[in-house]
Design a binder for this molecule. Structure first.
Ligand code: PA5
Length: 469
């Protein structure tokens, strides 16, 4: 396993490159360093006093052991692994799979190093019905990993209840026990109760770790390990990043620089933060980041209770696909975005472009080049074009995409989020706005105790014909 280190390149946000009006000046960077440095110490102290248990996940050998134990019990009889979860209970699983297993993983029966993986993070009837039709004859070779910290999330609970009925009907109570792994709170909650009652295999969402910070716990590690991903390297990468992001020297701490630059641009009219990997493997990490950033930093109030309505809007894009969809706006639309590119120097596989057809000599310039040269060339070209339009650009550089570098990236962005939250002076770890939507769903589905809320919602749920066009 390569021990390469991911790097942050931030020259292209500076005034030297894009001018004083849009870039960060030396004086501003110095002021950001002064503001951020005490917050690194503050976060280190919060961690020491147990306030941010996610920070210690990469060091927790017990979790990895428990995960490996369950994997050893199930892997030989598992052809399909199905994750039922949503938000922080699904996005990390998807991101790890896309990053670290081949694109054809689910289809390539001979090359696959574990079961097929399906993640259902929605309650879309045709989607789930189509899958259940396919899996109905394969249930004894399918493991369902239901992940919910609270156990009361309507989407996950409903999916589980559908699958539970299917398993009970087809395989009986023993089948339910054999085919389900529940990942949930170690002590409390609805799913814990169900799991205990039905005698299900369990893994834990560690206490004090919110969904969006949980990918390096059993939440993300189990599906990864089942599907052949090297979770030891993943955790080693995160531990390596830990040594860099605890550093109280601002200029040596990539999380501090990333958080400070994001904070600066938010306060200078660039309230949209676009993450744009130039690597298909990294595309779902941008989706994972989007949730981490949005739920953690989008808040009504700051820590002193003032109404601030703060939060950069994270946007995901994919190079080169979105060059042909978004870059027109990114260059000529409002200069209200900070761009973060993810760039890979060495791809696992490469392809050489074939010769140009005789009738198309104008394509000769592409002939014989590696596809990676084109992809990375397009990244540089897009960045150049954005810089010409005075748009600030960060790049996270990966020498290679592997479990070790992906572990670094995950930990880098988790700690960056904590530092950005500290800079904005908000509570990074709650999500009250999401909770209200969950409760409104309970009310609409007729859950006892939510009658008053249901009444409040009712006028909004009726279509007013005067406004139908
Ligand atoms: O980050 C979070 O806390 C949320 O996105 C949760 O992960 C999501 O709402 C699902 O919650 P639960 O795991 O309790 O079902």
């Amino acid at each position: 396993m390569s021990q390469s280190q991911i790097k942050l390149y931030y020259k292209n946000v500076t005034a030297e490159i894009i001018g004083n009006e849009h870039g960060v000046t030396d004086a501003q960077l110095k002021a950001l360093a002064e503001k951020t440095t005490p917050l690194i110490s503050q976060l280190n102290e919060e961690r020491r006093t147990g306030k941010t248990p996610y920070r210690d996940l990469p060091h927790n050998t017990q979790i990895a052991q428990q995960v490996k134990q369950v994997v050893a019990e199930l892997r030989d009889r598992c052809e399909n692994l199905v994750v039922l979860g949503i938000g922080g209970s699904a996005l990390g699983n998807i991101a790890l799979q896309t990053a670290l297993n081949p694109f054809m993983h689910n289809l390539d029966d001979t090359g696959r190093t574990g079961p097929r993986l399906f993640v259902f993070d929605n309650v879309d009837p045709p989607q789930l019905a189509s899958f259940l039709d396919w899996v109905a004859d394969r249930l004894d070779r399918t493991i369902f990993n239901v992940i919910s910290k609270s156990g009361r999330t309507a989407e996950t609970a409903s999916q589980f209840m559908i699958v539970r009925r299917l398993l009970l009907d087809k395989l009986g109570p023993e089948g339910l026990q054999n085919q389900v792994v529940a990942t949930t709170d170690p002590k409390q909650g609805t799913l814990r109760k169900i799991a205990t009652d039905a005698g299900l295999r369990c893994l834990e969402v560690p206490q004090g770790v919110g969904g969006r910070f949980s990918v390096l716990s059993a939440v993300g590690l189990f599906s990864a390990a089942m599907c052949g991903i090297d979770i030891d390297s993943l955790l080693a990468g995160a531990r390596h990043m830990d040594t860099r992001v605890i550093c109280e020297d601002f200029y040596k701490n990539p999380a501090a620089i990333t958080a400070a630059i994001n904070y600066h641009f938010y306060n200078h009219g660039k309230r949209i933060s676009v993450m744009m990997p130039y690597s298909y493997a990294l595309k779902d990490l941008a989706d994972w980041y989007r949730q981490l950033w949005a739920e953690s930093l989008g808040k009504t109030k700051n820590l002193t209770g003032d109404e601030v309505h703060i939060g950069p809007t994270p946007v995901k894009a994919l190079g080169t696909t979105d060059q042909h969809s978004q870059v027109q706006l990114y260059r000529e639309g409002p200069n209200d975005k900070l761009f973060t590119f993810l760039q890979v120097n060495n791809f696992d596989k490469n392809i050489r472009i074939g010769p140009a057809p005789d009738c198309a000599p104008e394509l000769e310039f592409l002939a014989g080049a590696d596809l990676s040269k084109l992809l990375n060339g397009e990244k540089i070209a897009t960045e150049y074009a954005l810089l010409q339009s005075k748009r600030p650009c960060l790049t996270v550089l990966f020498d290679k995409v592997n479990a070790y570098t992906v572990g670094q990236f995950i930990y880098l962005y988790e700690v960056t989020t904590s530092l950005a939250g500290a800079l904005f002076g908000i509570n990074t770890y709650d999500q009250p706005a999401v909770e209200l939507g969950k409760e409104a769903t309970f009310a609409l589905m007729g859950r006892p105790g939510y009658e008053k809320l249901a009444q409040q919602i009712q006028p909004l749920s009726e279509i007013d014909g005067d406004f139908l066009a």
